[in-house]
Design a protein. Structure first.
Length: 183
């Protein structure tokens, strides 16, 4: 799969929401977006990124997990222009959807990280660990084992920041990219 073509075909956050979200869904996306604020530490981490990174997000405007995660990516891209995020609708891109199945299913969001020169760096998706912990607490005999009591959106923001930072550090320390940039 040529993920660089997917990136080129992708839409910006506002264009994706504008094209695919119903009025009700658009309001949900806006409410979550407005509720996300990055703290000084998070802004500092994002501000330290020096490599351009391309991020492809397979999503659905109707999807609750997308509503609760994709606005985080938009806040990240606003914090550092090195982060370029593009969105593709799951139902309109069946080849990409097939290539990005998770656990045998067509899940969203799925995030593909590419280097500036279109090499695949990583794929992450569906739900964050915090979300799965919350879901498991409902079936787990010991919900006290899930100790983080912060709001789920704060936990998700930190988890996604870790993934974005991991990809950035992979690119930053890449011998190939260091040679290109002379650093």
């Amino acid at each position: 799969m040529d993920f660089s073509q997917s990136f080129s075909a992708g839409l910006t956050y506002n264009d994706f929401v504008g094209q695919y979200a119903s009025d009700k869904d658009r309001q949900r996306w806006e409410d979550v977006y407005e509720g996300i604020s990055l703290d000084e530490r998070q802004t500092g981490v994002l501000g330290s990124f020096v490599r351009d990174m391309k991020v492809v997000v397979l999503a659905g405007a109707w999807c609750g997990d997308c509503v609760n995660q994709c606005p985080i990516f938009e806040r990240f891209s606003e914090a550092n222009g090195k982060i370029q995020v593009r969105y593709l609708d799951r139902d309109d891109h069946p080849d990409l959807t097939a290539a990005l199945t998770i656990n045998g299913g067509q899940r969203v969001p799925v995030v593909v990280f590419l280097s500036e020169d279109d090499y695949l760096c990583g794929i992450f998706g569906d739900r964050t660990l915090a979300k799965y912990r919350t879901m498991a607490a409902g079936i787990d005999s010991d919900p006290a084992s899930h100790a983080d009591q912060r709001p789920l959106i704060e936990q998700a923001t930190d988890e996604w920041l870790n993934e974005f930072e991991r990809m950035q550090l992979m690119m930053r320390t890449s011998g190939r990219l260091r040679q290109i940039h002379g650093d």
